[in-house]
Write a protein that binds this ligand. Structure first.
Ligand code: G3P
Ligand code: CA
Length: 350
């Protein structure tokens, strides 16, 4: 348990007061109330425990639960036959052996609307049965030999439905609607599919187990129309046309705008420069869950946690210091590839 320091006592009291005020004037999902009044920042396992195991696999999700994650993140993509699968990229190539198994199935698409269509093996061009034939673990062993495990080879891409069944009541789900306009342009409503699956599993009766996140304001508005009971988090900067610049800086105007349709903000860490930025978002009654705590590594080119960094400290120590710094700013939770490190910081805050 985190010791009840003065800092956290004051923050909890302020949060409870803010929540009481909000409840008196507007609808606010229960999960957000629980979160804001909690003294312990939420541990969100980014793509599972993806620093230790291949992202978005059962191994990664199981490890996240074992390491004490409050929520496990899922990024959603869509298959040709309309199934929602848990995968970060719209293209299967980085994290599976798709180019070996289906060498002739590459297409040229532009899911991120960059204006530069790219050749790839997109999930939308393969059926779920075909995607289930792919190895989603061996890439991790090659990219991270210091963390490789034989058991990771041959892991499969999970569907959202399978993930919900696997996780059960052991953690919450923090689900990202990705590439909403792209799938819409192909005739699919990913928000509708997501709402249907969540409701089918009875989460509409316990929405505090769920957060819905997106870089796309359009997709969050659509999801609010379909299923208003689930808490929504606007990732920043927004990806909606014309919003890349103005939504990349924390301002009171931006916070007020987001609070009109969401309960939280998920800024990239570098947008939060001080406790004042957190206060600006809290001032609009938003919870703040920045991404991603994993040191200087990326999801692909990781380094061993024990390795010394240019500042003389280990990568592990740098990640710990980073987590501590942001918790001291007053964040309500954060996305991390290393749930065990986050947990350690919470247990030993000094
Ligand atoms: O969803 C929070 C964080 O995961 C956003 O970045 O690219 O890893 O989905 P990305
Ligand atoms: Ca994500």
């Amino acid at each position: 348990m985190l010791p009840m320091t003065t800092h956290y006592t004051h923050r909890a009291a302020a949060c409870m007061l803010a929540v009481a005020l909000v409840l008196s004037i507007s609808f606010l999902p229960r999960a957000v109330c629980d979160d804001r009044s909690s003294k312990t920042p939420l541990l969100i396992a980014h793509r599972g425990a993806s620093g230790y195991a291949p992202e978005h696999t059962f191994a990664s999700y199981e490890l996240a639960i074992e390491q004490g994650a409050d929520f496990i993140e899922q990024d959603l993509q869509l298959t040709k036959d309309g199934a929602l699968i848990c995968l970060h990229d719209p293209d299967l190539e980085r994290t599976t052996n798709v180019s070996e198994i289906f060498p002739n199935r590459a297409t040229v698409r532009d899911p991120e609307a960059t204006g530069k269509p790219r050749r790839g093996w997109y999930t939308i061009d393969l059926t779920l049965d075909e995607i289930k034939k792919l190895d989603a673990g061996s890439w991790f062993n090659r990219a991270n030999p210091f963390a490789a495990k034989q058991s990771y080879a041959g892991l499969r891409v999970p569907t959202l439905d399978e993930t919900i069944k696997l996780v059960g009541d052991r953690a919450g789900l923090y689900i990202e609607l990705k590439h909403f306009p792209f799938y819409k342009s192909l005739g699919f409503d990913v928000a509708q599919k997501l709402a249907a699956i969540l409701n089918h599993h009875g989460f509409d009766k316990r929405p505090n187990r769920i957060f819905i996140q997106s870089f796309s304001k359009e997709s969050l508005l659509r999801f609010r129309d379909l299923a208003p009971m689930y808490p929504r988090v606007q990732l920043l900067p927004m990806e909606d046309p014309g919003r890349a610049k103005d939504s990349a800086t924390i301002t009171a105007e931006l916070a007020t705008e987001i609070s009109g349709y969401a309960q939280g903000a998920g800024p990239t860490k570098t947008m939060i420069k001080s406790a004042a930025d957190v206060e600006t978002l809290h001032g609009a009654r938003l919870v703040i869950h920045p991404y991603t705590f994993r040191g200087s590594t990326t999801a692909v080119n990781r380094r061993p946690l024990e390795e010394k960094q240019p500042n003389g400290a280990t990568l592990l120590q740098n990640i710990k210091d980073d987590i501590k710094r942001y918790i001291d700013f007053g964040i309500d939770g954060g996305f991390t590839d290393y749930p065990a490190i986050w947990k350690d910081v919470i247990r030993n805050p000094k």
